[in-house]
Design a protein around this ligand. Structure first.
Ligand code: SF4
Ligand code: SF4
Length: 429
């Protein structure tokens, strides 16, 4: 255990035994689950607030839950677990608000083909998750020859007609966050990072990095307001982008699009044409073990769909999975901010089949990296979803005892040594 949160902090607070106050490592672990889940919830709530979506009960809960983790307030594991699941419940509200904010501001998403690569001329790359920043930047570029490209988790911006039809939005460039250093060095124009996940830039390109609001990096320029004039000037002053050989991808299978297809999908399940739905996504990262998710996706049967979201999609989308019922087998549902959609699809499918989510032919294999993923996992657990596989490593803040509780209550699983064996176990073979 490592705790240093109060004045009584002594070596005992950073040992295997209980701290001076009596807090033990399992209580510490549960408090950290609450805290890290709250960080994810706060991120979603903050993104939603920028779109005018708020909820008083959710905001009050954040205060209450933070208070519960103060010194000498709560030493009771069972009530802390209850609180962690409440973080998940309120996170569902936050994600719902964010989804509503996006669709109200940018319109109902629809599937579309995205051009990936750069065109000759001045260009700006925008990364992170904040679509309001993207809309503001596009508007400020209107009437200029400066093109804007999405990067990483900004890819799903193209599913919104009001964004993709903007004359200055030229396409997408680049993959998940861990590739930023090579991709930003390669992109000759300015880069705007709007939220997590930004890496500390290499000095060779740091002077081209701009960040918005509370996102900030050494060597970069932080923009406290939505005025992007300095970025546009930088795009005109830096070396123009080179024309690259373009490729294309398909995005836009937002939950509303899938629900429009629900009658066809339900009939196909009943007729045995669809064997299973896999949700494979979440956060990508640099560890070697993340190839597990590419292997898993490759092994899914041809009569199954793979729903993906988050930058974990970049781990699995290089493969051609073919089509099923005239749709791509790999359906890109959006950002990690669109995780609400995967939950909606599961809940609506369960309603259509008059069963529980755990009775559906549905397997969730989630890669995690940061704290939005923690809050999404808590949301799934709060809804009673069982048998989720997470990886590539267990969270370091979850003690073996607490993990055992999560395993016995929710059948929470860890990615194993073999994706093939795990897939067989998940589908009951
Ligand atoms: S809260 Fe408890 S464990 Fe943490 S520093 Fe204070 S006395 Fe030690
Ligand atoms: S999915 Fe997770 S790791 Fe990837 S950019 Fe979003 S928050 Fe970061």
């Amino acid at each position: 255990m490592f705790c240093n949160q109060c004045e009584q902090c002594r070596p005992a607070c950073q040992s295997d035994g209980p701290g001076i106050c009596g807090k033990n490592e399992d209580v510490q672990s549960l408090q950290e689950i609450v805290l890290y889940g709250l960080k994810g919830l706060a991120a979603y709530a903050s993104h939603a607030r920028r779109l005018g979506q708020t909820d008083v009960a959710m905001s009050a809960f954040i205060e209450e839950a933070l208070f519960a983790t103060m010194t000498n307030v709560n030493f009771d594991p069972s009530s802390l677990l209850e609180l962690a699941l409440d973080v998940g419940k309120h996170n569902l509200t936050a994600m719902q608000l964010l989804d509503a904010g996006h669709t109200q501001r940018f319109g109902k998403p629809s599937p579309t083909t995205v051009t990936e690569g750069t065109q000759a001329g001045p260009g700006i790359l925008m990364t992170g998750h904040d679509l309001v920043d993207l809309a503001d930047l596009l508007e400020q570029c209107r009437g200029t020859d400066v093109k804007v490209y999405t990067h990483g988790e900004m890819l799903p911006a193209h599913m919104y007609k009001r964004l993709r039809e903007h004359p200055n939005l030229a396409g997408h460039f680049g993959g998940a966050w861990q590739k930023q250093r090579s991709e930003f060095a390669q992109f000759s124009g300015p880069v705007v990072a709007t939220t997590n996940c930004i890496l500390v830039p290499d000095p060779t390109y740091a002077d081209r990095v701009f960040t918005t609001r509370w996102t900030a990096v050494p060597g970069g320029t932080r923009l406290p307001t939505s005025d992007f004039s300095a970025v546009i000037e930088k795009a005109k002053a830096t070396a123009p982008l080179r024309q690259s050989a373009p490729s294309t991808s398909t995005v836009g299978y937002h939950w509303t699009t899938l629900l429009d297809l629900a009658p066809t999908i339900v009939e196909a399940v009943k007729a045995g044409q669809i064997s299973r739905f896999f949700v494979i996504g979440g956060c990508d990262g640099a560890e070697v073990g993340r190839n597990y998710f590419s292997e898993y996706a490759k092994l899914t049967p041809n009569n199954s769909f793979i729903l993906t979201l988050g930058c974990g999609k970049f781990r699995i989308r290089d493969q051609d999975y073919g089509t099923l019922l005239g749709l791509p087998r790999l359906l890109d549902m959006g950002q990690c901010n669109d995780a609400f959609g995967a939950i909606q699809v599961a809940v609506k499918l369960a309603e259509a089949f008059n069963c529980g989510v755990n009775d559906l032919p549905l397997t969730l294999v989630v890669s995690w990296f940061e704290q939005k993923a923690v809050s999404v996992l808590l949301t799934l657990l709060s809804l009673g979803v069982k048998g989720i596989t997470i990886g590539p490593r267990p969270p370091a803040f979850v003690t073996p005892n607490v993990f055992k509780i999560l395993q016995s209550t929710f059948d929470l699983r860890l990615t194993g040594a073999s994706a093939q064996a795990d897939l067989a176990a998940a589908v009951g073979n």
